[in-house]
Design a binder for this molecule. Sequence first.
Ligand code: GLN
Length: 485
Amino acid sequence: MDLLCATAVDVSRMVASGEISAREVARFFLDRIQTIDPKIHAFLHVDPDWTLSLADAVDAKRAAGKPLGPLAGVPVALKDILCTKGIPTTCGSKILENFRPPYASTCVEKLLAADAVFVGKANMDEFAMGSSTENSAFGPTANPWDTSRIPGGSSGGSAASIAARMALVAIGSDTGGSIRQPAALCGVVGMKPTYGRVSRYGLVAFASSLDQIGPFAANVRDTARTLSVISGRDERDSTSIDAGVDDYEAALTDVKGLRIGVPKEYFAEGLDSEVESRVREALDVLKGLGAEIVEVTLPHTSYAVATYYIVCTAEASSNLARYDGVHYGYRKTGTPDIIELYSKTREAGFGPEVKRRIMLGTFVLSSGFYDAYYTKGLKVRRLIKQDFDDAFKSVDVIAGPTTPTAAFRMGEKVEDPLSMYLCDIFTISTNLAGIPGISVPCGFTSGGLPVGLQFMGKVLDEKTVLKVAAAYEQATNFPTMPENL
Ligand code: GLN
């Protein structure tokens, strides 16, 4: 079987049966990275020795007659925000350029326990702040469908690694859309689970009440399988939910009779007409599959961007206080005193977007402005959550566009942070409400750029979200890899 056309489920079956060794799979994807990645720059760190030693461990386990895990030999890309023991974890920032964590994140441990093989650490916007991967201190990632365009962000490297088939599964983090938005713009599947579904232990914190880890893949089944592997309660993350993990793959059945809500606020000004057409076509497909399409309202949608950029900057300003040049990471030397050491380290170590967020966050938390911004932001967050609770009284799942436009050109929005923030309009509400969301490919613009369809579900109802995504995927089957790479 051609490994470029294989799914993660195929690979794990072939490795478990001995049809192919994990080492052969790893070699294939390492070679692929070597030829393709110079054009894409999806990876910040590839270490063939690391990858091959993980593959050899899987092969040795099989040779010893032990049963292999559900991701046996599957090549996985990890966003460089997940701690990997002894392996660089930079968060796309100069301040962590030489950081090698002394421990692995829970997600990484769970993937290893499932016999996955890591092929590298994926590029990202610095500290996951951005929507284009242009904020990486180590240079941007290109969109595999058109290398003059951005892949989305902040998990742009993870999404591009799937579209260019340099990995079959990738892990990202989503604070305001960073999995779903790049998945949409790169034409692959990306899912943000319910807040607390996946442990955040060892995920470098951006905005702790919003951050969530989730999978990318070229299809819904691989996404579902990976989600089952990484989910679950973890004593080391007190916000992880104490609920059993569903068999998400088993949930992939039909959608007859399912009620799908379509928020009228998601089809307003700012939505590109081609994106709108693709999404409306998708709704017709779902109707054809026996689902019922119902209009719903999420009346506080227009406040979501402002609310998100108050809450996330407040939390970021506090979380990023730890990068002081003393504990770990980059240190500016030759400073006369400790205060100067802190400020010079942070001045040289952080990029402009991170500095902007720290300043905004410090402002919204400062005495005198706290109630006007932060407290009010939390109240509006509650209203946004209430909108979803009300809508889910009458529907099982909510569908709409993932992003207002397809991939834009590199450099197009760099000078205009507000227009960059507006890219998140359809994705941030799910983070504010803590609910799950997925983006699946729903066709292309006339210029050949992928468009994403988003499904959002009730808390812990990943099953329904995946089910509707899988049914739609099966009915449409859009290509998820550009032909001319
Ligand atoms: N684009 C959003 C931001 O810049 C979301 C980022 C994310 O989800 N990590 O904050």
